[in-house]
Design a protein around this ligand. Sequence first.
Ligand SMILES: Nc1ncnc2c1ncn2[C@@H]1O[C@H](COP(=O)(O)OP(=O)(O)O)[C@@H](O)[C@H]1O
Ligand SMILES: [Mg+2]
Length: 339
Amino acid sequence: MRIVVLMGGESTERLVSFKSGEAVANGLTRLGHEVYKMDPVFPKQWVTSDQKLFTGSVGEKPPENLLELPKATLRRLEELLEELQILSPDIVFPVLHGGPGEDGTLQGLLEWANIPFVGSSSLTCHIAMDKMITKKLLEADGIKTPRWLFYSKHSKFDRQQVEEDIQTSFGYPCIVKPNSGGSTVGMTILPNAKGLKEAIDIVLQLNDDLLIEEFIEGRELTVAVIADEVMPTIEVVPKSGFYDYTSKYTVGKTEYICPANLTPVEMKQSMELGKKVWDILQARGFGRSDFRLTPKGEMYCLEFNTIPGMTELSLVPKAAAAKNITFDQVLEMILSTVK
Ligand SMILES: Nc1ncnc2c1ncn2[C@@H]1O[C@H](COP(=O)(O)OP(=O)(O)O)[C@@H](O)[C@H]1O
Ligand SMILES: [Mg+2]
């Protein structure tokens, strides 16, 4: 098959996406496919599988001044469609993390242009990128999520009010996060009210919507699903105690236990929950949900990722490996979901 792997993009996760994209492109090439790599920000600069689109490293901190281009010049919509038309792939494989590449915007465009692609639909991507809407959907089906407060930049909220709301709802510690972010960028754990204003400012520089959650003490679990098949749960143990950008992308900063060291009942429950989240959101291809497991054995879902990391060392391939499924087999499974 002729496959265009989309990687890079304009979000703060651009560099991570290149890494995932290169790994996916290499795997697809090993499987005998004709692979092209394209960055939707510079569609005309696509390369064949023997060349790299990105040779740098991800770095320990999210990049600042990522592209130094105004938003409008990033959206080369006509060029993107033109180049896709020229290459006329059988399948597009978006490996874009965060921003319009994962939030359903790109998926909507591909759907509209009738270009087959792997992964979740635009609707699922839009929902999953909105943590608050996701929480509402999951809770409606009985899945626990941390209690939360939500504020939109558009409905001008008063910071004093936010402080009072936290006090009267769940108190501290709490987590201040962008409602539609990724890679823990812009997130602050607040042990008390000190620093709240700064934490809000950090979020609003990145995102229009602010989500504040009660802090769920406990262990960190993540459940991958590939082509409707749920993989063994992984436990994530960041050495710093906080699974932030640095812990996520620096080798050695986090321990991954796969399969997680859970009781058989907990393992079964967490995998069932992961599959339930997948089903509720009607996800497709591949995806991963993040959970917290409290000392009392309660599981709280934090979010669902429609395009999780896909380097060979990322969590989805790691979970598959625990079931003796290789990275290349993961890709075959994902491809098989496109009719
Ligand atoms: N309510 C919470 N309680 C405890 N830890 C949290 C909470 N929300 C987020 N975290 C921590 O921050 C990390 C990133 O949060 P998450 O909501 O998954 O956003 P992202 O999209 O950035 O991955 C989680 O993996 C977890 O370690
Ligand atoms: Mg997460």
